[in-house]
Write a protein that binds this ligand. Structure first.
Ligand SMILES: [Ca+2]
Ligand SMILES: [Ca+2]
Length: 110
């Protein structure tokens, strides 16, 4: 894979996290979410965490994402999202990992 493709992939990964969190570019102008934005991140996390166990599995993320996307094209991209966000490598995205991915995505795209 070329550097350019890497960059495109990194950009798309960030853009997906941004859209999953529901934030515009530059939403966290001060670097951190404010209280309302924090609530929005918690709400987004809760709506994806279907079984309410406090962590998002690949299946849960795929289910959420494919409400808006075609399921065929999404599964590979969703697997990349999980890998990108799963800091401790347990195969699930907990709230801290989710919040970090969204904040990082929105900050770096703005
Ligand atoms: Ca879950
Ligand atoms: Ca994890």
């Amino acid at each position: 894979m070329s550097d350019e493709e890497d960059n495109v992939e990194a950009f798309l990964t960030k853009a997906m996290w941004q859209s999953i969190g529901g934030f515009e570019s530059g939403a966290f102008a001060g670097g951190d979410p404010d209280d309302d934005q924090e609530k929005s991140i918690q709400k987004a996390f809760g709506s994806i965490d279907i079984d309410g166990d406090g962590r998002i599995s690949g299946d849960e993320l795929l289910h959420w994402v494919t409400r808006g996307w075609g399921p065929n094209e999404a599964s590979e991209d969703v697997a990349k999202l999980v890998t990108a966000a799963d800091g401790d490598g347990d195969g699930f995205i907990d709230y801290a990992e989710f919040r970090g991915a969204v904040v990082n995505a929105v900050s770096s795209l703005s």
